[in-house]
Write a protein that binds this ligand. Structure first.
Ligand code: ATP
Ligand code: MG
Length: 230
């Protein structure tokens, strides 16, 4: 069996809300392999974003563990964890989260510069070309359409050559046609770069484009088309 790239073991997440506790994730155990294209779907409030944030080391679980290869994410301190996130993980969200004062190219380059690395110009040009952004590099985000902004966000998420790309409703702010285009690009670049894609969506049509579909309901995995031993 191939060693999974990401594993989560008996993860629970509880939020205290006033006097009540919301049990957002219940005993989630799941693993992902390198290069897998996987969709997580489920109704609003089922825990999709919470799961994505915990798998990506953006949020701590209440109990349970997450391993990237054999590294225990939450055994790291904040600084170590943010370095691992920057080098190994890329994130794309529904709101594109671009820095408004920087051009498209500067936004794409940002994670590389934050890591004090020399940009790999050849790789970045390839990424920019695949995403069709050659003519838009000097534009500020405010001068780009939603689809173009999301393509810049995808390029930025891939700039550091991550192993895993996490996307939370990446087409949520786009019209149907633009959404489908952005999604096929996201899938295409992930396959081209051999990146594992974990995509959260409530949209069944979008989920059906993935090789593996995981269904979350009320914090539990109720279906997993790619279930395997963890
Ligand atoms: N910071 C928080 N504090 C309190 N409760 C939270 C917090 N974040 C999420 N929750 C609760 O946890 C549950 C799961 O939320 P989550 O955002 O993961 O759902 P989701 O499946 O992503 O929903 P959507 O499709 O609407 O984005 C919900 O009941 C939500 O209200
Ligand atoms: Mg969500």
């Amino acid at each position: 069996m191939v060693m999974p790239i990401l594993r989560c073991l008996q993860v629970n997440k509880k939020y205290a809300v006033g006097e009540n506790t919301v049990h957002a994730l219940r005993d989630i155990t799941i693993s992902f392999e390198q290069g897998e294209i996987c969709a997580v779907r489920g109704p609003s409030g089922s825990g999709k974003s919470t799961l994505l944030h915990i798998l990506g080391g953006l949020e701590y679980p209440t109990t349970g563990k997450v391993y990237y290869q054999d590294e225990d994410l939450f055994a790291y301190n904040d600084n170590q964890l943010s370095i691992l996130r920057r080098r190994r993980f890329g994130f794309v969200f529904q709101a594109y989260n671009l820095v408004q004062e920087l051009t498209a190219y500067e936004n794409i380059l940002l994670p590389v510069l934050l890591d004090k690395k020399k940009p790999d110009e050849k790789y970045l040009s390839m990424l920019i070309e695949i995403l069709g952004l050659q003519q838009r590099l000097d534009h500020l985000p405010s001068a780009l359409s939603g689809g173009q902004q999301q393509r810049v966000a995808i390029a930025r998420a891939l700039a550091n050559k991550p192993s895993i790309l996490f996307a939370d409703e990446p087409t949520g702010n786009l019209d149907g046609k633009t959404g489908r285009e952005v999604l096929s690009l996201l899938k295409y670049v992930s396959i081209e770069m051999g990146v594992t894609l974990i995509l959260v969506t409530h949209d069944l049509h979008i989920a059906e484009q993935a090789e593996r579909i995981i269904l979350l309901e009320d914090g539990c995995i109720t279906e997993d088309s790619g279930r395997r031993e963890v």
